[in-house]
Design a protein around this ligand. Structure first.
Ligand code: ZN
Length: 395
């Protein structure tokens, strides 16, 4: 069902039940417990949540807008987004306040940008994409392997990307799904696969650039006990779960190291994550290390650390289950799968085979007509002709 109709229906529903929704902004540094206190909600609402849910609470971002729905001035429900896909719902029921995570509805629309070089890539890309994309993003896709400086007048660029909309407004950065770049009439295609990497149409992976130079933050971890997931419906618990990071199970006291070079920007207790360190790296990347037993000597906010520097020790602070490191990675403030950024100990050229290769060929086939049409015209931004409205699939 289109989102506008959904919202219309829910506002009619609100009106008919004398419910009134008010929007607020989550101010910087707000603690979830003090938020509950302020709204006269018992603190056990938080303390009775399971450990994974407490971690998610920690992900509420500063300036995030949220809604409180009231009936006759009494709180009936609170809705707080914790990521682009999931929100926390606190409902006032007969049994008291209850919390659940529910998906936030949105639409994904495919769009295409098509232009030829008139002046230079930087200038023409800026104009054709209405400042949506920069050369840096194209460099990232092709892993800096294309000699963009050798592009000639008339060389063609096509970008197919998806954009998420909520209430008719774009709410996340667009994601490039496929692209074609001509350098001096030589054509280079790139297709985004589920693993977060771009491949050419034959299945060869573009070599890593900055974004896969990070290392595992626990040198001797036992295993990865929980992977990153934006949202997953738990078939037994019958509810939505998310885990916005990678958990490394390891013995308490094992070393935790800086995954990349950077500067310590935060060190201290964060409710759901216990003892936590946050490092700011280049290119808008931040890493978060949670549940530490203790911090390494000489680690303080403002300190610059090299990749591999010991910053603390594995523990279970902030939660009761076994010792592990919760490792989060944020690209421009958005939680991203850390495993896409970790250097893999494999041959430098990766070529897809078997099932992944078949999947890539399905993508190539799907985008072929769009590329063929776009090759003929320079039209700037255009919505895909098939109006590919779709609800994002569950991962
Ligand atoms: Zn975790």
């Amino acid at each position: 069902m289109p989102i506008r109709i959904l919202i219309l229906l829910s506002s009619i529903l609100l009106l008919s039940q004398n419910l009134f929704a008010t929007d607020y902004k989550w101010s910087k540094g707000t603690n979830f417990l003090s938020f509950l206190e302020k709204n006269n909600i018992p603190l056990k609402t938080y303390f009775s949540m399971d450990e994974e849910d407490k971690e998610l609470i920690q992900e509420i971002r500063a300036n995030q807008s949220y809604s409180i729905i009231r009936k006759k001035n009494k709180i009936s429900e609170i809705q707080i987004p914790i990521s682009d896909e999931l929100m926390l719902k606190i409902s006032n029921t007969k049994k008291g306040y209850q919390t659940t995570f529910i998906p936030i509805p949105f639409e994904t629309v495919d769009q295409t940008i098509s232009f030829s070089i008139k002046k230079n890539l930087k200038n023409d890309l800026y104009q054709a994409s209405k400042k949506l994309f920069s050369v840096k993003q194209l460099e990232h896709i092709y892993a800096k392997s294309l000699p963009f400086s050798k592009m000639k007048k008339g060389d063609k660029v096509i970008i197919i990307y998806s954009q998420n909309f909520r209430n008719g407004k774009a709410f996340t950065r667009p994601e490039i799904e496929a692209s074609m770049v001509e350098v001096n009439k030589k054509v280079f295609y790139a297709f985004l696969m589920n693993d977060g990497n771009y491949y050419d149409s034959l299945g060869k992976k573009y070599k890593c650039d900055y974004h896969c130079k990070f290392i595992n933050p626990v040198p001797n971890f036992k295993r990865i006990s929980s992977n990153f997931t934006q949202r997953r419906f738990h078939p037994i618990l019958k509810r939505y779960k998310a885990h916005l990071g990678t958990d490394y199970a390891a013995q308490a006291g094992k070393r935790i190291v800086a995954s990349g070079a950077g500067k310590i920007v935060s060190k201290g207790w964060q409710n759901g994550y216990g003892r936590t360190i946050v490092i700011q790296h280049g290119n808008g990347v931040r890493t978060l290390y949670g549940h530490m037993k203790g911090y390494a000597k000489g680690i303080f906010v403002g300190k610059k650390v090299a990749q591999g520097t010991t910053i603390g020790y594995v523990g279970s602070s902030g939660r009761s289950t076994g010792p592990h490191l919760h490792f989060g990675l944020y690209q421009n403030g958005k939680a991203t799968n850390p495993s896409h950024y970790i250097k893999k100990q494999v041959a430098s050229t990766v070529k897809l085979k078997g099932k992944p290769y078949q999947k890539l060929q399905t993508l190539v086939k799907r985008f072929r007509p769009t590329f063929q049409k776009a090759k003929k015209y320079d039209y700037g931004i255009k919505q895909a002709s098939n109006k590919n409205y779709q609800q994002k699939k569950e991962s």
